[in-house]
Write a protein that binds this ligand. Sequence first.
Ligand code: ADP
Ligand code: MG
Length: 292
Amino acid sequence: MASPDVLPGAVLPEVGTPTALAGAMADQHSDIPPRISVKHLRKEFDAKPSPLVALDDFSLDIAEGEFICVLGPSGCGKSTALRIIAGLEKCTAGQLTISAPREASRPSSAMVFQEHSLFPWLTVMQNVTYGLEMRGIAKKERVAAAEPFLKMVGLAKFRDHYPHQLSGGMKQRVSLARAFVIRPDILLMDEPFAALDAQNKLILQEELLRLWEADRKTIVFITHAIDEALALSDRIVIMTASPGRIKEVIPVTFARPRHVAELRADPKFGELYLAIWRVLEDEVRAARARTE
Ligand code: ADP
Ligand code: MG
């Protein structure tokens, strides 16, 4: 496997079985237990005439401080996998292990959902500081902690607005600030930038990278955008069409710190984009065929 500071070539790493690739990655960190370990996850939902298998034999080890992006066709079980990791959903079979956080005082994980999930009766500032309030932090400190993050998402002037006074993209940016402000050790993000306009998306991708570079949280980030996965992650997990399995895990070894806009101009970026699309395309077509 290429070392992390070497740019990848045009071709994908040799296609092995997903378990072989996941195993190779685990070997790299063999002295450190993975921060998140999922083994043989299966998730069935009740459905008639037979249960719907959303995930099947989904196994992945994620190292402390790793930035993982998950790509897969719509309906393949990405959100389900993330919700299981977040403890919001139980798996039907399999095993999830999350090792202890680096700093015991930090909350272990925060989730940013695909759709904004703000409290409509709270202002922007109250929404962003809600998690801190739950942890008993005084108002003055909460506000001081939230201000830089509100600024980062470009909403400092909207602190006293209510969610219904904001656009969809603005609401999503409030959700991001709310997740960042509690400084979780693991950040689980479900297509967090999908609703944003292209310019705000670029700015927030850059901000996310700067935040991550500063304190290397473990991030699991679901996206449907190959370019986003390439710009952000250390490894891209490509899932099969439903039931979701891991089809391939691709290391992304562009040097860091990365600059999202500049990276797109790198010819290797285009080559890798195409190679990933070739892996993904069959699954997207299979998923479409199933719903047509
Ligand atoms: P993705 O996030 O990849 O688009 P999901 O994880 O949301 O996919 O869904 C995977 C499959 O499981 C889909 O077929 C979806 O309809 C189904 N599903 C998800 N949540 C539920 C639920 N609570 N009850 C029944 N089926 C569900
Ligand atoms: Mg989803």
